[in-house]
Ligand binder design. Structure first.
Ligand SMILES: CCCCC/C=C\C/C=C\CCCCCCCC(=O)SCCNC(=O)CCNC(=O)[C@H](O)C(C)(C)COP(=O)(O)OP(=O)(O)OC[C@H]1O[C@@H](n2cnc3c(N)ncnc32)[C@H](O)[C@@H]1OP(=O)(O)O
Ligand SMILES: CCCCCCCC/C=C\CCCCCCCC(=O)OC[C@@H](O)COP(=O)(O)O
Length: 262
């Protein structure tokens, strides 16, 4: 009897799910975000054995990029890339981009140059299969609570960029920002570029507001533009030039963000 009541309750709940999905925007939002995270976890499980053949290697980012590129289609997100000709063809550089949400991974995978690794918070390393896949992809992890350690990791990255021909992708806001603008930039990315004497390539991802809002629990199909801006050289610059470089890049990115998102 108990089994029958339990089964009936489960069947009723399963029947109601599509109705709930249809009627409740919040429920749809949580389903979509849950699936996003879950699907990335599944993709990480696929990526791990493929990447493990090489061990920890930036070339594995090609596998991760390839596996991630269909995800935007699952959500009906169209992405237009502009200015890709601005990527310097044959030298290391530091990419800096705005950071609105974990959906930025989709834009990143759309334009991620070869031999380019993101700098990520250390916590990602502990996300099970995702952490393992990120580690195998050569992603550089920093502990944001330990400034001194983070700076050492970045100094090491400057060396690796030059010795191993690697590009680095940094979110200079340092955290996700849903405000519809850009937070003040932290200076680590710009110190890195100056230390390695390599250009900074700013990338702006337009606002998601018209199709995605965490506050409003809204997630529909939509489109966004990924604009690669002209690189800024750092040759001849020193640590004293970092604040001005940071502000110059942020101003250019904010202008592009507002124009793209209007
Ligand atoms: C198919 C399978 C899929 C499986 C995997 C699925 C998905 C994964 C795929 C890809 C993964 C993508 C990765 C996701 C992206 C994750 C993004 C993030 O995690 S964002 C958060 C982490 N990133 C950052 O924080 C970068 C930006 N932060 C900085 O640059 C900071 O400056 C810092 C270096 C972290 C230090 O920050 P802190 O707040 O502690 O200090 P300050 O910024 O105030 O700096 C203090 C002081 O030091 C100077 N400084 C900073 N950096 C340097 C340096 N490198 N060298 C010298 N000096 C430095 C800085 O200028 C300050 O001094 P002053 O005030 O005098 O200017
Ligand atoms: C054994 C533990 C198992 C844990 C399993 C966890 C499963 C999680 C599965 C998928 C998560 C996909 C996450 C993709 C990476 C998102 C990158 C990102 O956007 O990171 C945020 C970071 O930039 C800033 O962090 P905060 O805004 O400061 O916060």
């Amino acid at each position: 009897m108990e089994v029958t009541v339990g089964t009936a309750a489960l069947a009723l709940a399963l029947l109601l799910l599509p109705v709930l999905y249809e009627r409740s925007g919040s429920f749809r939002f949580f389903c979509k975000m849950g699936f996003y995270n879950g699907w990335i976890l599944v993709l990480a499980l696929v990526a791990i054995p493929l990447c493990a053949l090489r061990g920890r290697d930036v070339e594995n980012m090609k596998i991760i990029r390839g596996l991630m590129q269909h995800v935007k289609h699952l959500y009906g997100i169209r992405m237009a890339v502009r200015g890709a000709q601005h990527f310097p063809p044959r030298q290391p550089y530091v990419v800096v981009s705005n950071h609105q949400s974990s959906l930025d991974l989709l834009g990143m995978m759309e334009v991620l140059p070869d031999r380019c690794v993101p700098i990520a918070k250390r916590e990602l390393l502990y996300m099970g299969a995702v952490g393992v896949a990120c580690w195998l992809g050569g992603i550089i992890f920093i502990d944001r609570k330990r400034t001194h350690d983070a700076i050492s990791v970045m100094a090491e990255a400057a060396h690796t960029m030059l010795s191993q021909d690697v590009r680095v992708w940094v979110f200079p806001e340092g955290t996700r920002n849903h405000s519809g603008s850009m937070l003040p930039f932290k200076r680590g990315a710009f110190h890195l570029a100056v230390q390695a004497q390599v250009p900074v390539v700013p990338i702006v991802i337009s606002s998601y507001q018209h199709f995605y809002s965490k506050q409003e629990r809204r997630f529909t199909a939509g489109q966004c533009v990924i604009q690669v801006l002209p690189p800024l050289p750092t040759r001849g610059l020193g640590p004293a030039d970092v604040p001005a470089l940071t502000e110059r890049v942020r101003a250019a990115m904010l202008e592009a963000f507002e124009a793209l998102s209007a």
